[in-house]
Design a protein around this ligand. Sequence first.
Ligand SMILES: [Zn+2]
Length: 107
Amino acid sequence: MPGDPDLQLRGRLIRSLGSLRDMLPGSLVERQRACGRPTCHCADGKNLHTQFQISVLVDGKPKAFHVPAKLVEQVRQQVAMRGRFDAAAATVCGINLRRFLKQKEEP
Ligand SMILES: [Zn+2]
């Protein structure tokens, strides 16, 4: 069935996965913190430093890794790739489940 829209969608999704090869796990978290230097602008407790971390499970344990400012946008996109990968996998699995259930009914 070359015209099957499910198969067309499945093929399109699978072919798109290569573009997500740089995906990263976890989530990008923004944190506000004081650096502790008494003369810094953050010492008033209001003008805090913004820092980014990638928060991720490693071997089932939560870890947080500092993300340097120059890599924040890149990491944001890489984390978003994981979401697109998961969404594509869920759609492909849904198509395949439908196909399996239909296949079972065939004589
Ligand atoms: Zn500071």
